[in-house]
Ligand binder design. Structure first.
Ligand SMILES: [Zn+2]
Length: 568
């Protein structure tokens, strides 16, 4: 394997604590090494450029059945943007729901090398893995959804945390999943009966359990197993005016719980796309930002991490396992919609959406996402996402960097809002003059998410021993720049390395890499009751047999297994 020496770049690395100093980064055998460990390296001249570790996306929807529904029912998302294969690059297309191929290439162009698929219906895990297998370059893992799963609801109703943990371990193995995802706990199951759970004490029909019990029980089961990532949460009441109280109530369920994990994370709950969960007011007429209340809580509780769910003011395709929310959304915008129930496990919906700067609510949503990041005291616990494609396509990350790093860029956007005065009245953004620097950006896009995923031994930094995922951008932080220069430079990496393989050379994609699929194999004591329950439910209620359920090895040609032992 070729050795490389990336010389004289401005390095931003929270793991080594380097804040833009000029340094050399050496690569050997797929890892970062000390610079004197390489003997005859290829030299990459990074003089006057920014060097960072590969980006890590903790939450995006890039593979699996709902993503594919989005692709199929939105031909307009692909019109005029197909690009035939050329050189090493394969045929690619799509904007808000790009093909798997374009997903890999576009993340790579932004310097990202690891992306987690944030909601995998267990029954469709094989499809999800097929799409991940097809996505070039990126290391990926997928989070199976647990918050509306019949087994989980029954175990937790009876306070059987150990059984819930044994079931989680079995399902992670069967689906080759990475973490415990929760979407509108209880609410998606209730939706199968035309109902919802709008707060954490709203009972789930038939199961006689509340979202609060589900959330708390899943955090406990997650820590019982000692999984690398924490419970990954999308709370009830997403997208409704006044929902910030539900969010705070959900946060509070983690109080007093300490992480039990050998993987170096500090949190027991990651709450995703918090922008959608930070609304005050009681109607769309008086909706307002409560980002201050949310961030007061997050800033003072270090066992929580969050990501933004930043609205990018694009036309996009929303998709979520929050079935009742998507029904609510199609009633608002009258566009086409798809909705689906996944047997005993979950459901989902898909609705196109236009975040117009001329609509007051969309502009307020834009402000709230940025406020969450700008009010963060610890950028290692607040991560950049768009909940792709829900609040906007992931290709806008460099534009979000521009907004976070430049008050001038924010002001330009605020001035362009049709209802500027009302938007400013309902938010805090106009009073925030903070401008994040590249070190803080590296915390929010690399070191922080890697740590929260329990993957800081592999990703997120440039310390010797870590994977050689390195991006070089045409950006000189010491010279004057216009806000748009940030977006331009970070949209189009000059060089990118993934586990030591050069993927991009002088802005050209030169390799499809050797992508891996990460999954967690949690060992637990034998649990005859759970295995009996699984067999019985499959016989009685599932339309597939148990033998056809498990994701076989050939779905993951290049697996990376993280072993966890919870037998003690
Ligand atoms: Zn999501």
């Amino acid at each position: 394997m070729a050795e490389y020496l990336i010389k004289n770049g401005f390095v931003f690395d929270p793991v080594l604590g380097i804040k833009g100093d000029v340094a050399d980064i050496a690569i050997k055998d797929g890892k970062i090494v000390e610079t004197d460990a390489v003997k005859n390296p290829k030299i990459i001249d990074a003089g006057g450029k920014t060097v960072m570790a590969g980006g890590v996306d903790i939450h995006a929807h890039v593979a699996g059945p709902k993503v594919n529904i989005g692709r199929n029912f939105r031909p307009e998302d692909k019109i005029f943007n197909y690009k035939p294969g050329r050189g090493i690059e394969r045929m690619q297309g799509g904007f808000s729901v790009p093909t798997t191929i374009r997903t890999g290439y576009n993340y790579a162009r932004m310097g990202y090398t690891t992306v987690m698929e944030a909601a995998m219906p267990p029954l469709y895990a094989r499809h999800t893995h097929e799409e991940m297998r097809d996505t070039p370059i990126l290391d990926q893992g997928a989070y199976p959804v647990f918050g509306n799963n019949w087994f989980v609801l029954e175990y937790l109703k009876n306070n059987e945390v150990e059984n819930a943990a044994a079931y989680i371990a079995w399902l992670l193995r069967a689906t080759k999943g990475y973490a415990v995802k929760v979407v509108n706990p209880g609410g998606t199951e209730a939706w199968a009966w035309g109902l919802n759970c709008e707060n954490i004490h709203d009972p789930v029909p038939y199961f006689d359990i509340t979202p609060a019990q589900i959330i708390k029980g899943l955090i406990e089961a997650n820590e019982y197993l000692g999984l690398p990532h924490s419970m990954h949460m999308h709370a009830n009441n997403l997208g409704n005016p006044g929902n910030y109280t539900t969010t705070l109530d959900s946060f509070k369920l983690s109080e007093g719980i300490k992480p039990n994990s050998k993987f170096g994370r500090d949190q027991v709950m990651h709450h995703t796309h918090v922008q959608f969960h930070s609304y005050g007011g009681d109607s769309w007429a008086n909706v307002e930002s409560k980002a201050d209340k949310i961030m007061d809580y997050v800033n003072s509780h270090d066992n929580i991490t969050i990501d933004m769910g930043q609205v990018t003011l694009d036309e996009t395709t929303t998709m979520t396992a929050d079935g009742p929310f998507e029904h609510h959304l199609t009633a608002l915008n009258h566009l086409k919609w798809a909705n689906s129930d996944v047997e005993l496990e979950t459901g989902s919906g898909v609705v196109p959406y236009i975040y117009s700067p001329n609509i007051k609510v969309c502009a307020i949503q834009w402000c709230i996402g940025l406020e969450l990041a700008l009010l963060a005291k610890d950028p290692m616990r607040v991560f950049m996402t768009t909940d792709h494609p829900n609040a906007g396509p992931f290709i806008r990350y460099p534009r979000i960097m521009k907004w976070l790093m430049s008050e001038e860029a924010r002001q330009q956007q605020i001035d362009a809002f049709k209802h500027k005065d009302k938007v400013v009245d309902a938010t805090f953004i106009a009073g925030i003059d903070r401008e994040l620097d590249l070190y803080e950006i590296a915390q929010m896009t690399r070191a922080g998410p890697a740590k929260a995923l329990g993957l800081s031994h592999m990703y997120g930094g440039l310390a010797p021993g870590l994977e050689a995922d390195v991006a070089v951008f045409d950006f000189n932080p010491n010279e004057p720049y216009a806000p748009d220069d940030i977006e331009k430079a970070f949209s189009n990496a000059r060089h990118l390395f993934k586990t030591g393989v050069q993927i991009i050379n002088d802005h050209e994609i030169v390799s499809n890499g050797n992508k891996r699929t990460l999954w967690v194999n949690a060992k637990v004591n034998e649990n005859p009751q759970v295995m009996r329950d699984v067999k019985e439910k499959f016989l009685r209620y599932y339309t597939v047999t148990l033998n056809n359920y498990e994701v076989a090895g050939h779905y993951l040609p290049n697996p990376y297994v993280i072993e966890v032992d919870a037998t003690q």
